[in-house]
Ligand binder design. Sequence first.
Ligand SMILES: [Fe+2]
Ligand SMILES: [Fe+2]
Length: 177
Amino acid sequence: MLNKKIEAALGDQINYELFSAYLYFGMAAAMEDLSYRGIAHWMRTQANEELFHAAKLFDYVYSRDGRVKLPAVGQVASEYKTPLEVFEIAYKHEQSVTARFNKWYELCLAEKDHVTGSFIQWFINEQIEEEDNIKTIVDRLKRIVDNPDALYKLDNELATRMLAAYVNLINTSAPGA
Ligand SMILES: [Fe+2]
Ligand SMILES: [Fe+2]
């Protein structure tokens, strides 16, 4: 049975993951409008990752006999001027997500809920990659900001992103794996 404080924290995080998905859908829409189809695809994939995170938290709450409330998801923008603006906002957003998971982990320690603490650690580790991937793209965009050819190449490269769960499935079902 989940303690009420932990249950509320996980519920709050489910809402924030859904908000994250919504944020990335808005960014995908803006990039479609500006004809950056690769970046739009990257953002759509990111939105799917966030929906997966929400589902993972949701399933965990019910596996511990908790309950989930689903308040409204916050409003997001669907207009941005440049890919750099989008990725800079995404980077700040992921840093805010990391800060939240650190806070939830501390709550788990304070409440002596080590099972949930260990569950939360998966998300903390996941955030290393989330921040790193986005920061790398921010740095590349800063370098090529006045170079349309390089921007076009990066857009094509980002069009190849696959959902992490799908990549894992391919890797584990490959011959000899
Ligand atoms: Fe997430
Ligand atoms: Fe994220």
